[in-house]
Design a protein around this ligand. Structure first.
Ligand code: LMR
Length: 401
């Protein structure tokens, strides 16, 4: 009997599996709103001008391809720390930071360390959350449960429910929070809500894991990291996963970082030594190109300025696309989806049912997740009316036939 005969066929990934299906779809007018990727007006992943300029500089330097150290490229790690915590922030002396393979890699390295430190802890994620949060923490060995977050009745966040759930959690429970641009809903906590969350986390002695994959897509680079300062100011220890996939349009470079805010510098040094073991035993050390590009841009005043403008351009364009989608839906007679314009980040949580999302895919070649999430950042002026028409059709199937 072959060992491999026991292997079951796994379901496709709820997000990346959609891209696989999309690529196989022969229909010419197909639209992929499944994965969280920003596309430009021509439907392509943009190569940012700042990244291109950094590439040209690196090409000229033509350095050999030696190994990076286990924690990554030092100039990159330094730059990403400043970006997230503020340049020269006093807290930095007690933060352990490592380069990671995108935000997902940062989450996994952090999850592995948490599993080593606290194997019986429960992990709480928002209901709903990014599809991979549950799978990733479960795979790392945790029991994963949800805390209340989005309420369809409120068409927004059930803050009271969320706080109740945090207050009911056992000491040591790991709580995964989205720092900005909540994925999938696009609804973020208000500053006063964050104060309540921080109070609950402090009182119940919970362990916070912040996921910040969309810094700069909410209100701006500084504005979006304000929540990090709140946790620092509250004197909490916490984990923070960040990513440059979206903000630098460097999806394929798998470039992110993990920061662990520790109680003091000595503890941070110990934490870093353990993170290094997690990395070494998984993939030894990270890749160089994405880190070199980000470091080059963030370390140069002119390129950094260019990046901030390009990031602001993406953020503003997504807002316009939201308005265009709302207008398109109104033109189709749908006037109860204006909330799309209020949501933040790349996604819209449409409120469509699983059946409607399947119909969008099957009948209209428009791909979004079964949970009703659509990547607004993948719309353009050439497909927004088509998407609005298709949404109207799946919402009123009788009228459209
Ligand atoms: C998403 O949520 O679509 C992105 O973060 C891509 C991914 O890895 O799922």
């Amino acid at each position: 009997m072959s060992l491999l005969h026991t292997v079951q066929l796994a379901p496709a990934d709820p997000i990346l599996g959609l891209t696989e299906a999309f690529l196989k779809d022969p229909r010419m007018d197909k639209v992929n709103l499944g994965v969280g990727v920003y596309l430009d007006e021509t439907g392509k992943v943009p190569l940012l001008r700042c990244v291109r300029a950094a590439e040209e500089r690196l090409e000229k330097q033509a350095s050999p391809h030696g190994y990076l150290g286990i924690v990554g490229l030092p100039t990159y790690v330094h730059a990403t720390r400043s970006l997230v915590f503020g340049a020269d922030a006093p807290v930095l002396e007690r933060v352990a930071s490592v380069q990671a393979l995108g935000g997902t890699g940062a989450l996994k390295v952090g999850a592995d360390l948490l599993q080593q430190l606290s194997p019986d802890a429960r992990v709480l994620i928002s209901t709903p959350s990014w599809e991979n949060h549950r799978a990733l923490f479960a795979r790392a060995g945790f029991d994963v449960q949800g805390y209340r977050y989005y309420s369809p009745e409120l068409k927004g966040i059930d803050v009271d429910g969320m706080i109740e759930d945090l207050q009911a959690a056992e000491e040591g429970t790991v709580v995964v929070l989205h720092a900005c641009c909540h994925n999938p809903t696009g609804y973020d906590l208000q500053p006063a809500d964050w104060d309540r969350v921080i109070a609950a986390v402090t009182e119940r002695k919970l362990v916070t894991f912040l996921d910040m994959a969309y810094q700069g897509f909410g209100f701006g680079i500084e504005e979006d990291r304000a929540v990090i300062d709140r946790f620092v100011d509250a004197g909490l220890e916490f984990f923070l996963a960040t990513s440059f996939s979206k903000s630098f349009s460097l999806y394929g470079e798998r470039i992110g970082a993990l920061h662990v805010v520790s109680p003091d510098a000595e503890t941070a040094r110990n934490v870093l030594s353990q993170l290094k073991i997690c990395i070494r035993t998984n993939y030894s050390n990270p890749a160089k190109q994405g880190a070199a590009l980000v470091a080059e841009v963030l370390g140069d005043a002119e390129l950094r300025q260019m990046w901030e403008e390009e990031l602001a351009g993406m953020r503003e364009r997504i807002k316009r696309l939201r308005s265009q989608l709302v207008e398109g839906l109104r033109a189709e007679g749908i006037d109860d989806m204006d909330f799309i314009a209020e949501q933040l980040g790349m996604f819209s949580y449409s409120g469509l049912t699983r059946d409607q999302m399947v119909a969008l895919r099957t009948d209209h070649a428009i791909y979004g997740t079964d949970a009703g999430r659509m990547c607004v950042a993948a719309l353009n002026s050439g497909n927004v009316a088509q998407v609005a028409r298709a949404i109207a059709a799946v919402r009123s199937p009788l009228l459209s036939h």
